[in-house]
Design a protein around this ligand. Sequence first.
Ligand code: TYD
Ligand code: MG
Length: 457
Amino acid sequence: MAKPVTAYVCQNCGASSAQWSGKCPGCEAWNTLVEEVVNARGADKSSHGGNVVALQSLNTAIPDAPRVSSGLAELDRVVGGGLVPGSAILVGGDPGIGKSTLLLQAAAQLAKSGHTAIYFSGEEATAQVRLRAERLGVADAPVGLGTETGLAHILKTLSGRKTAPDLVIIDSIQTLWSDQLESAPGTVSQVRACAQALVRYAKRSGATIVLVGHVTKDGQIAGPKVVEHMVDTVLYFEGDGAHQYRILRAVKNRFGPSDEIGVFEMRGDGLREVANPSELFLGERDNASPGAAVFAGMEGTRPVLVEIQALVAPSPLGTPRRAVVGWDSNRLAMVLAVLDTRCALQLGAHDVYLNVAGGLKIADPAADLAAAAALVSSFSGVALPAGNIYFGEVSLSGAIRPVGHMSGRLKEAEKLGFTAATVPAKPGEDAEDTGLQLDAIAHLSELTARLAPAEQT
Ligand code: TYD
Ligand code: MG
């Protein structure tokens, strides 16, 4: 019998090398290499006697991927219109954010609508999961519940059924272990091997597999990163302790758009779907105070209105503070530089704080103009008009560049009762008739000129 081949695998990034060293050659982390068996004997017997694969042409008619609704519209939206049979989904997120709650609710909804859903919990005992189900009011849903962490037992349970289940949830991938490998559960090689076996099961059986993965800051336990390339869809569940809402974000999706978000609110009785996020994000708005601007942004295919708040105050420090929550600090630096250089606004000796209300993280470059409006408003002490929204990209010259999805943004604003919009001067071709009063500006200085006079008073 051949001696098992081992390699030293970095527990942080997954790089493997033949020799041990104190520092990982891949990610340069210290003390992360652990010896692991790489040839899991007997794991893949098919490689010895192969079969001839029947090749097909690219234009073979393939029906559209059928979809199974999870019963949660926001989850369906994020995965691209429902769960795809035979696909594997990874749901990542910080511990305690609500992954188990979300998936138990989805499993229960699916089971209630006549599909089969199986939930394997490796982290919580049956009683705990039952308690949660009771709290969520779904204890009567016919979900098959198992508490098992052995991969072989899980696969045996699944493949022993007469018909494959529609949905299998593994909570979490870090607790699974395969007896083919000697390393401990949660190590990169265990996580990878277990994920691979489950993805293979999904493809073979047509079941949708959902893997839960914890994101860990320290590299001790393999994060879901090593699994991302194996699965079809990667979703991240985000949120912070201070806010009740949670955002489910698609970062990779083979069956749909990858920038879609689903919004939920965590309540005493579980997650509630938020069909209209703008109302939520604008909920606690105080539109009389300076330094707040409403941004009409796009999250995937859905327009979302959020308030951007800025505070500009003279700094007692030699190096003024710049702090930003929910936006890119490099973009803030850029907008400040443009305000300083192109609009002659002396912000150099001021502390600047920028906050996206509600805990949303914005990546849309169209937020530049709204951020600039909030900054100028706070600096000059003049509140922005209450019914006005802002969007547009600011270029380094100070010019306001057109952005996509004009009409979508304007429609959403109109729906929520806004009356005016400050937008780029050269609207894109998708500009449409709107009930809003459009205020098109070509350069950022047009905005600052309007707000400047009160500065002297
Ligand atoms: P959980 O789904 O266990 O998180 P994860 O699986 O991502 O670790 O959710 C844990 C948190 O959610 C916990 O702090 C309590 C809160 N929670 C509620 O507020 N309401 C509820 O109905 C449930 C079930 C949980
Ligand atoms: Mg959990």
